[in-house]
Design a binder for this molecule. Structure first.
Ligand code: GTP
Ligand code: MG
Length: 455
């Protein structure tokens, strides 16, 4: 194991321990799955290769590994997601099928279970004893196609890509001059799946197979098309770097194309760098999850606080009613029934109070209090919950796109908690929990960020 990989693993372990110690109980209390969060931390760095069919993904991977493990060929060749990794310890080389993979607790693929059988027959792991694979795992993916729908594939392709992108420390998105960014699935993966699942800085854009351009004019056209399409897709104002590459041994390099001969090597170096990216990716991932938790807790705290204010207001009303009842119940009773002879107030003013004169005032107060309690339980609280659910988005300020994005992730969970366990939620000390979470973000995570920046 090389130094960056080892360092990344040590730090990941430290982050996991801290997370478990500081946030474990809170995550569990709010229904988060700590194990799902920490399992990927324990695994090796992941490089995900996605792109058009026949753009040269598998060829590039074979070249990276120095072994022909992946089948290559013109036209859509591969319809499977293949995780390539080195055997560990005594493990033999060879293939592991999808169902085994998603059920292996040590591997970070449990979340793929929800894509069902349709995916599992198209998902496998290959153990290959290539040096690079001891440092990173590489995932080869089926090419993106225009003509194939999700139904034809039998599983939610973009969902799987999104899930794997979430896991990946580096994503290589490969195009070729024939289909420079015109493929619909590519468009959707970049537009909606990737930005949500990952920071875009972890995406490397590659225009591959440039040796097939007839001449420089042809290449410029393909490059321009890809740039234009990418800007449409990503919505970014700046243009990301696009690596222009071709597989070695594809014939003599065209005049003028020599300058790009080295970009392939640069791209390969970037893959080797994935362990370094891993540290910041891990931290971002953890931060993201904790911020989601924080937003959920904030919403529940606001729910509780609002109820507290409403409750206090109602209680004041009940209090006023109770005082009135204390003073005037017997007056009312006297009007209706003709007794008691001397009402409480008269006794009080005249200084002639007897213990019996307390009877009706006390009954009055008890009556108002139990009526008030019944009102709160039967009427006021259910109405408060109903109104909260009707305007759930009003629970938290959604002033930034980031907060809106977080809210999208947690609002369903908050809705469930309010709808199903409202009485319990108003009793939990959410505010205290929130400040603990904020302390974790401000102190613990910040310290980790500073450490990786100092490296
Ligand atoms: N001329 C040229 N051909 C290439 C290059 N890279 C790959 N090819 C060829 O293009 C074809 C497709 O390559 P693959 O590596 O199978 O492409 P892929 O992206 O894995 O395709 P799918 O698995 O079907 O999505 C193969 O015949 C490769 O030999 C390249 O840089 N230049
Ligand atoms: Mg392939």
């Amino acid at each position: 194991m090389t130094e960056p990989v080892k360092a990344a693993q040590d730090l990941a372990k430290e982050i996991e321990d801290r997370l478990r110690a500081r946030m474990g109980p809170l995550l569990a209390r709010y229904g988060y799955d700590l194990e799902a969060l920490v399992t990927p931390l324990r695994w090796r760095p992941v490089v995900l290769v996605i792109g058009n069919y026949s753009s040269g993904k598998s060829t590039f991977i074979n070249e990276l590994l120095g072994v022909d493990v992946q089948r290559t060929g013109q036209a859509p060749t591969d319809d499977s997601f293949t995780v390539l990794t080195a055997p560990e310890g005594e493990e033999p080389e060879g293939e592991v099928p999808g169902p085994t993979l998603v059920n292996d607790e040590r591997l970070p693929f449990a979340s793929l279970r929800r894509f069902g059988e349709g995916l599992l027959t198209h998902f496998r792991l290959k153990r290959v004893a290539a040096p690079l694979l001891r440092e990173v795992a590489v995932i080869d993916t089926p090419g993106m196609l225009d003509s194939v729908t999700e139904k034809d594939r039998g599983y939610h392709y973009l969902g799987v890509v999104g899930e794997l992108a979430h896991l990946a420390d580096l994503i290589i998105l490969m195009f070729d001059p024939h289909k420079a960014g015109t493929i619909k699935e590519t468009y959707e993966a970049i537009r909606s799946t990737l930005p949500e699942a990952t920071g875009e800085d972890r995406v490397l854009y590659v225009l591959n197979r440039i040796d097939e351009c007839e001449n420089m004019a042809d290449l410029v056209r393909a490059y321009g098309t890809l740039c234009w399409n990418l800007s449409q897709m990503t919505g970014r104002k700046d243009m990301p770097r696009i690596y222009l590459t071709f597989a070695p041994g594809t014939g003599p390099v065209r005049p003028g194309f020599e300058v790009w001969a080295s970009e392939r090597d640069e791209l390969k170096r970037e893959v080797g760098n994935a362990p370094r990216l891993r540290l910041s990716h891990i931290l971002h991932r953890v931060e993201r999850e904790i911020r989601e938790l924080a937003m959920e807790v904030e919403a529940l705290r606001n729910f509780r606080q609002r109820f507290g204010r409403r409750f206090a207001c109602t209680c004041r009303g009940i209090g006023v009613g109770a005082v009135g009842a204390f003073l005037f119940t017997d007056v009312l009773v006297r009007l209706l029934l003709g007794s008691p002879e001397v009402p409480f107030l008269v006794g009080l003013v005249g200084g002639t109070l007897t213990p019996e004169q307390f009877l009706w005032p006390i009954i009055g107060v008890l009556g108002v209090i139990s009526g008030g309690a019944l009102y709160i339980q039967r009427f006021m609280f259910p109405r408060f919950v109903r109104r909260t659910l009707e305007d759930l988005d009003g629970l938290v300020p959604l002033d930034t796109a980031y907060r809106q994005d977080l809210w999208k992730k947690v609002s369903g969970r908050v809705r469930r908690l309010v709808a199903e366990q409202a009485p319990r939620q108003v009793l939990v000390a959410h505010a205290r929990n929130l400040s603990r979470i904020e302390r974790f973000l401000a102190d613990d995570l910040k310290a980790f960020y500073e450490r990786i920046q100092a490296r």
